[in-house]
Design a protein around this ligand. Structure first.
Ligand code: DQA
Length: 145
């Protein structure tokens, strides 16, 4: 199995970006964590980050065509991008919506997600550890068939 982790806008600035909200882990550290978790679980993990919506839409098409599961932190697009939702809706393997922060404890505009209604599950508020937990779940789910 191969799984994708897709990170949307501003997530390339992890570590520098509002550390009181998102922590001190950098995006490079996050890539290592995800790859390591994949190795432990026995599958390949590819992590990508983009600030361009159309690029994310293309990556979701690629995951849909390949039948790959996706852990998706769409950042701000989570809250309004129907284009990202429509692309994610084409996935046939599990989709985990992920947020580093607990969006429900924050500003009201972060409380609504256009993705949750098509996601297999949602992880929010567990920091970057959420990625590890989401990938472990994908591993267990694949083993259970
Ligand atoms: C986020 C939460 C979003 O509201 C925000 O726009 C982000 C990051 C998170 O990981 O907590 O960019 O998805």
């Amino acid at each position: 199995m191969k799984a994708f982790v897709f990170n949307g806008p501003n997530l390339g600035r992890l570590g520098k970006r509002e550390p009181s909200v998102y922590g001190s882990t950098t995006h490079a550290d996050l890539v290592d964590l995800c790859r390591r978790t994949g190795r432990q679980e026995g599958f390949e993990v590819e992590v990508r980050q983009t600030d361009h919506e159309g690029e994310l839409v293309g990556w979701l098409h690629e995951a849909a065509d390949g039948g790959h599961p996706v852990v998706l932190n769409a950042g701000a697009w989570t809250h309004y991008s129907i284009a990202v939702r429509d692309a994610a809706a084409q996935l046939t393997a599990p989709l985990i919506e992920l947020h580093i922060s607990n969006v429900h404890r924050r500003e009201e505009f972060r409380h609504h997600s256009v993705l949750s209604g098509i996601a297999t599950g949602v992880v929010a508020g567990l920091g970057v550890d959420g990625y590890r937990l989401a990938l472990r779940w994908l591993g267990e789910n694949a083993r259970e068939g």
